[in-house]
Design a protein around this ligand. Structure first.
Ligand code: PYC
Length: 430
């Protein structure tokens, strides 16, 4: 930590001040004197670590570098505002009911970090473990659910196949009759799954990283990365050049472009994933519902809105706009599951960028360029992995070793042919 930086406890005290309801309204109307949650800094000429991307993964990495390894001379460089990419454009689902033992262990560590996050960082991230239900509409998907349940149980994870009658008890509005267009044969039920408030998760890591001395540079674009021999020596940005022996690519959407800057090719293609939200209604939906066959998932936020998402669009693009075609097919599929939602009005739609790898698992760790690390390839599963990816990336950088939890996610697996195939559990049909 730099001399004179406030400790995390002091910072928490500063921003965790108590406000009366009246003073909150007065402040809201007047604007102005809210305490800053993170500070502005000039770009320093040198950092020990530069993190490219000020989303959840970059900020979590910065936090764990500082907290777990005492590495605080760190810059997080973000071309827009904190959380403006995938971290602010996802459907905030958290779960660990994956298909491969490696995937299950990794995401399970993230669920545990989420369980403690609000207390650990003194900021309510509104993590609610309301259960996660993946519907099976065919014998083949029921078989995959059973497979996943067994893999999950072997690692002590609460995950089981349930019947249509049990589904009906958990979600009374679900049409489990044999008359549905895609009859429901059963579901994979995962009680520890749930949702969190995505902005809050981003802000808590940003606040904590800042309080520990990390510099967060917003509106700063990385325009190049300098390599001497086979070693990273610094980054060029729209606000000036910085020297650094370690650069970590924590971007989504731009991960192949940033890696190209050092000549490391990523086996990634980028596709948009569309999502939408309804007007808020009285709480009626406790679990997160997923239907792979209908390419849809839905949850109800604490505010009462229904948040829907789909599979990625079937083409590569950098567009983050929604389309009418998506909304029409989404509405049709949701109504096949819960016909009584027909009168609900949609408020907004948006898209996020998903960096898809061939095996639907991420790429985390070192690259052939010394000092250049990646935490990329997060497809449609990056939000839930933010805490564990940050923790493990920080450990890899600080120790120079590859932690066990990320051994299966190394870049060289695509050359060795040792893929970590998660397509059967990644999200909905890709
Ligand atoms: O991996 O659980 C998931 C997910 C939900 C929405 C997109 N991906």
């Amino acid at each position: 930590m730099r001399q004179g930086e406030p400790t995390l406890a002091k910072q928490a005290g500063r921003t965790g001040r108590k406000f009366s309801a009246l003073s909150l309204i007065r402040k809201g109307m007047r604007g102005g004197d809210w305490p800053r949650v993170w500070r502005h800094h000039d770009l320093a000429p040198t950092y020990d670590v530069v993190i490219v991307g000020g989303g959840l993964h970059g900020l979590a990495t910065a936090h764990y570098l500082a907290q777990n390894h005492g590495i605080t001379n760190v810059a997080v460089i973000e071309k827009s505002y904190i959380g403006s990419g995938g971290s602010g454009r996802n459907t905030a689902i958290i779960r660990s009911n994956y298909l491969t033992p490696e995937g299950v262990a990794f995401y399970n560590r993230s669920v545990h970090l989420f369980e403690r996050l609000s207390q650990d960082l003194n900021f309510n991230v509104m993590f609610e473990q309301r259960g996660h239900m993946t519907l099976a509409h065919s014998d083949a998907s029921l078989r995959t659910m059973r497979w996943r349940a067994e893999v999950n149980k072997l690692q002590g994870i609460d995950s089981e196949v349930i019947t249509p009658e049990e589904i009906q008890k958990l979600v009374p509005l679900m049409d489990v009759s044999g008359q549905a267009r895609y009859p429901i044969l059963g579901a994979l039920w995962h009680p520890p799954g749930g949702i969190a408030r995505h902005d809050a998760v981003v802000w808590t890591y940003a606040r904590s990283a800042d309080a520990q001395g990390v510099h967060l540079h917003m509106n700063t674009e990385v325009t190049g990365i300098d390599v001497k021999g086979d070693k990273v020596v610094g980054v060029r940005t729209s606000r000036g050049d910085v020297s650094a022996p370690i650069v970590i690519n924590c971007t989504a959407g731009w991960s192949s472009i940033i890696s190209d800057m050092v000549g490391v090719k990523m086996p990634i293609h980028t596709r948009p994933l569309q999502a939408a939200v309804t007007e808020p209604v009285k709480s009626f939906l406790d679990p997160v519902i997923v239907s792979g066959s209908l390419h849809v998932y839905v949850s109800q936020t604490a505010r009462g809105e229904l948040v829907f998402g789909a599979a990625t669009d079937p083409f590569a693009s950098y567009s983050t706009r929604g389309s009418l075609e998506f909304i029409e097919s989404l509405a049709g599929h949701v109504l096949q599951l819960m016909p009584s939602l027909a009168k609900l009005r949609l408020l907004r739609q948006w898209a996020g960028l998903c960096d898809m790898t061939p095996d639907f698992s991420p790429i985390i760790g070192p690259t052939p360029v010394d000092g250049f690390y990646v935490d990329v390839g997060w497809g449609t599963y990056g939000f839930k992995a933010g805490p564990v990816a940050g923790e493990q990336t920080a450990e890899a950088v600080a120790t120079g070793r590859i932690p066990k939890l990320i051994e299966a996610f190394q870049l060289d697996r695509f050359e060795k042919g040792t893929l970590t195939g998660e397509k059967g559990a990644a999200a909905v049909g890709h």
